[in-house]
Design a protein around this ligand. Sequence first.
Ligand SMILES: [Zn+2]
Length: 201
Amino acid sequence: MRVTKATVHRACAVCERTLLQGEYALRFSPDGVEFVDVCPLCQDVALDYGWVREGGPTSPVLTPHGRRKRPRWAQLLGAKNGQPEPVVPEPLLRRLSDAEAALVEAADLFNASLFLRTVQGVARALGAPLVSIVPLSGVTGELVLTFAWEITWYQYRVLPEAAQPVRLADRGADISEIEPAFTEWNAALDDDGRIVPNIAR
Ligand SMILES: [Zn+2]
């Protein structure tokens, strides 16, 4: 059993129960980048979410620099080779405004990321999420994707120009915690398991 420094409070990322000092926790990665603690009772749920169990006995070394290699588990999870289908066919894309096209691009980037598996996994357990895609004001071109169910929500930032364009920004356990700016639900998880903005449906 690995002993983890527990000076700060650790909580199970699934049930959010605070783990006791020295309590055994499994390490899972929802996104292939960051690892979180999961209590033993929740390990099946984590697997069901599509989270990846830490493989070795040591902590993962997270390199802050450089591009991450294509994760080994992408294959194990049966990730499709190549690019996923764009959510909007080319002729329609040309008719969209710049603002609309930015939403479509953010959806495509998200659909190409491993985070989609987290959302699909939660949707299998809790049903279809409420989804919003909101551009942030400012020059970065960053957008925020929010996925909400009654009892959990995830918020991702999409920065199209970045080497790693999608990252988990925030999450919580109560839909009422989400800032109102992000609760105009303007997208959906479609039957194919992709995020599609309403303008493209
Ligand atoms: Zn738990």
